[in-house]
Write a protein that binds this ligand. Structure first.
Ligand code: S3P
Length: 437
């Protein structure tokens, strides 16, 4: 159990200069997975050395993959090929990481050995039926605890069979679990998604030389191919950049440029939502690096207004809602979110935990079954609980910059899952926060 790290913010934060936030979490996970299963070497730069991605890295190391870390963010993976993993001597600990658990459940279903995937207290409550169901249809022998929660036990499979799967939820993790299992299945595996979700798995498989076809909302691949080692330059994570987009919007006279941010169109919902709210956001120096669009993003403060968030943007901004709610708290008028029940099964129940924290800080916020209604107002300050959720903790740091009094945030250790050195990075560009003694 990690110790209770608490942050305390001070009002009157500033925000100027340039910042490159850490590497994209989704791409970093996939670089380890695909690099490990490729033929030859994969060199990764800009890797996110947060605890979530390190859980994935350690899992592959314990299955016999050589991964050499040159410095905190660059590494070389010596791929063992799709059939070269060895059984680990112990269970594989996925920590706090839903992405590791769900994507690995697909990959592990194709192995010839047994494996158990475990997680921390939060991950052990998260729904896994969504992967157990399609993988079982593919012939995988996979089972969870009561209620289909982790740990997941996967028995060495004889032969996976290919399926077509209509995703009941718009989830990139479930899409990826099925496609990754499809690498080991005989014939063509396909997935249709109800709404666009992040497409890093498809893009990166293609980068590794694997044929993946996207036709509208359906993705297909055939099993038994081969992955070829790659050079991967991981862009900065738009989900981490989002904290500074909102901070720059609400802090008077702020002007910040976030460098080298991944702006894959399946991830940019936060830019669209903040722009609808009146934010001043400009993409500069747009380019494509390793199959992913990248840009520098300049944000200057602006008067925000409340909006009804379009439901089609929900999957495209799914990780950014905690900090979007802070923007809504600082906006003039009411913001309404609907169609976002998925937020209730993230690292915490992000609808309820954010509503509770906002109310503590003097904002009129009401949770609904599938969203939230926030009336913009004045943040007073107070003591909030992040429930061990990294994105909730960082969101209240942003709120604290414009609150009348300090905000004390409990249970912040998991910020390290996605944003190592957050306190130093944020302080370096003018935000006011400290780790409490
Ligand atoms: C992710 C997909 C999303 C997102 C998560 C990362 C991925 O989850 O919330 O942080 O890397 O595929 P869902 O697929 O559950 O929406």
């Amino acid at each position: 159990m990690s110790k209770n790290i608490r942050y305390i913010t001070q009002a009157n934060g500033t925000l100027t200069g340039t910042l490159r936030v850490p590497g994209d979490k989704s791409i970093s996970h996939r670089s380890i997975m695909l690099g490990s299963l490729a033929e030859g070497e994969t060199k990764v730069s800009g890797f996110l050395n947060g605890e979530d991605c390190l859980a994935t890295l350690n899992a592959f190391r314990s299955m016999g993959v050589k991964i050499t870390e040159h410095d905190a963010t660059s590494l070389t993976i010596t791929g063992v090929g799709l059939h070269g993993l060895k059984p680990a001597e112990h269970d594989l600990d996925m920590g706090n990481s839903g992405t590791s658990m769900r994507l690995m459940s697909g990959l592990m279903s194709g192995q010839s050995f047994d494996v158990t995937l475990t997680g921390d207290r939060s991950l052990s409550t998260r729904p896994m039926a969504r992967v157990i169901l399609p993988l079982t249809q593919m012939n995988a022998d996979i089972s969870g605890d009561e209620g289909d929660t982790p740990p997941l036990t996967i028995k060495g499979s004889t032969q996976l069979k290919s399926i077509h799967y209509d995703l009941p939820v718009a989830s990139a993790q479930v899409k990826s679990a099925v496609l990754l299992a499809g690498l080991y299945a005989k014939g063509e595996t396909s997935v249709t998604e109800p709404a666009p979700t992040r497409d890093h798995t498809e893009r990166m498989l293609r980068g590794f030389g694997y044929d993946v076809i996207t036709e509208g909302s359906t993705m297909r691949l055939s099993g038994k191919g081969q992955l070829t080692g790659q050079m991967i330059d991981v862009p900065a994570d738009i989900s981490s950049a989002a904290f500074f987009m909102v901070a720059a919007s609400i802090i008077p006279h702020a002007d910040i440029t976030l460098q080298h941010v991944g702006v894959n169109p399946t991830r940019t919902g936060v830019i669209d939502i903040l722009t609808l709210m009146g934010a001043n956001i400009r993409l500069e120096n747009e380019r494509e690096i390793g199959g992913e669009p990248v840009a520098d993003i300049r944000i200057q403060s602006a008067a925000l207004k409340g909006i009804d968030i379009p439901e089609n943007l929900v999957p495209l901004a799914i990780d950014e809602f905690p900090v979007i709610f802070i923007a809504a708290a600082c906006a003039k008028g009411m913001t309404t979110l609907t169609g976002a029940e998925e937020l209730r099964v993230k690292e915490s129940d992000r609808i309820q935990v954010m509503a509770d924290g906002l109310v503590t800080c003097g904002i009129d916020a009401k949770s609904t079954q599938d969203g939230i209604i926030i009336q913009g107002g004045t943040l007073t300050g107070g003591e909030v609980d992040s429930h061990g959720d990294h994105r909730i903790a960082m969101s209240f740091v942003i709120a604290g910059q414009v609150a009348q009094e300090s905000i004390v945030i409990n249970d912040c250790a998991n910020v390290n899952t996605s944003f190592p050195n957050f306190v130093d990075s944020a302080s370096g560009v003018g935000l006011k926060l400290k780790i409490m003694d």
